[in-house]
Design a protein around this ligand. Sequence first.
Ligand code: GLA
Length: 378
Amino acid sequence: MTAVEARQHFTRSFGGEPTLVASAAGRVNLIGEHVDYNGGEALPIAIQRRTSVAVRLRAGDRVTRINSGGTGGVLMLDHGQLRRRKKWTDYPSGVLDQLIGAGVDVPGMEVAVASDIPSGSGLSSSAALEVAFGFAVQSLLGLDTDRVALALLCQRAEREFVGVPCGAMDQLSAACGEPGQALHMGFAPVMVRPVPFAETVLVVDTAVPRSLRGSAYADRVRECAAALSAIQRIAPEVTVLAEATTEQLDRAEMPDVERRRARHVIAECERVRLAVRALEGGARFPGALALESHASLRADYECSSPELDWVVEYAMRSPGISGARLTGAGWGGCAVVFGEEHALEALSRSITADYAAAIGSRPRSWLVSADAGARLEG
Ligand code: GLA
């Protein structure tokens, strides 16, 4: 329990008890990849992996003292001089920067963080940290804690302070998750709607570290913007790439790379709508859509990796598995696998040794299901 850890860790770092502990969730996207920054639709779940933040006000100065339990000890975030340091404290600093920019007078605080979301694996550990920290601070100061508004504030923190041009999917998942429900999201305008999802899925971490900042993510954002501009030259009424039709894409002139990126985005949104319709009709998640999504991400979006492709192919050779795909940004990180729970359990046992033999490193895997987003811990 990361809430208990954050509390213990707080007492060790600062003495006494925190005023409150808040937490937010990691996420697994079921389908709808690389569509959030294109105004499309996605279907993630918040998962049982969480980040907890224990907080207490501290009189005297406007400095936040923060400790994650790592080797760094207590770090100081001076509210008057917040700056990017290229380390984990950039996420809470970015959230402080947004709150202060919105006119909130944030007093000094003591903060302890604990998390069981592996960082750099595509389960949105950074969004969970931003949202848990933001939720803790807003609760401590008695501010409005509307979850969608908080998620969008955290997304701005990541874009403007951390410098990652991400969409809003991760922060919305970390904030708005609900047990037993997937989240049908729209991004233009922002909309979050629960869709019943009682399945367990298997997440396989390929254990190939990946960082959004160092990856081709920003290139994809630029390529999609260029594809949109090309489409707007023949169809000025199109405002976001996800809204374009295949026919408009065919008529627009653009380089092949941009055309393939756009083709993925348009088809992926249709797959999200099909998946939502299936779940709302009481069916299990359609594994075939996951496979189509993965094929499109590999060939058209070029964000898979040999290890992710290996996991998807291996999973599909296992009995009782209906589908698999990379989840999150890609270029390493995690795959999500769909199927009957006993088949997922069997796969999680068999894949470890076979992956190690084929790839040379040990994958980690977890069975997860839809869980709560941001919450206060008792
Ligand atoms: C990362 C970003 C998200 C989203 C996914 C890809 O997780 O933070 O906004 O773009 O990649 O779907």
